[in-house]
Design a protein around this ligand. Sequence first.
Ligand SMILES: [Zn+2]
Length: 211
Amino acid sequence: MSSTKDGSIALFASDTVAAGEACANMAAVVRRQLELLGEDPERDGLLKTPERVAKSLTWLTRGYSLNVHDAIGDALFEVDSESMVMVRDIELYSLCEHHMLPFFGKAHIAYLPNGKVVGLSKLARVVEVFSRRLQVQERLTEDIADALEEVLRPAGVGVVIEAVHLCMMMRGVEKQNSQTITSALRGAFRDDGRTRDEFLRLAHNGGSYHR
Ligand SMILES: [Zn+2]
């Protein structure tokens, strides 16, 4: 692709080659994992598994190649309102960094605008940027709050995440139904009791994650 005059296309093409190589390397590791588990990677059902796992893992961690500014794009709008903006029940799926097993649940996000608001659907995109990586729930919650603080410069921001962790559910016996709840509170959400109470009441109002 070096013959192209468009530098960005050349870069993109070499990125694609690198991504393909990374995927093949990962597939080789998965194949070896299957052997170490005592499986036969040559049997019918497993033949394409290494490649599938490599692709799916790449997709599930695509947050590494995303960033908040791209996710929000130009969906920032000037406003006069200082009323709380809140989006509840944003679905999230992530992988715990300790076991690389899924944890999943809901995020509730609110902020107090300070001249700027973001398109509501973009909040879910911000969640994707940070959840599609190896994470711990506490850091994921902080990452989302930090990003919104940086982009919106709001008077306050609050993030609550309620999630269940397969590493707890599948491995333990006592934790089958336990949810982990984390929160990150900034600005007025941390310093002003009424704002904090209003947010937490809205966040927890029927917010349990049950299937
Ligand atoms: Zn875990």
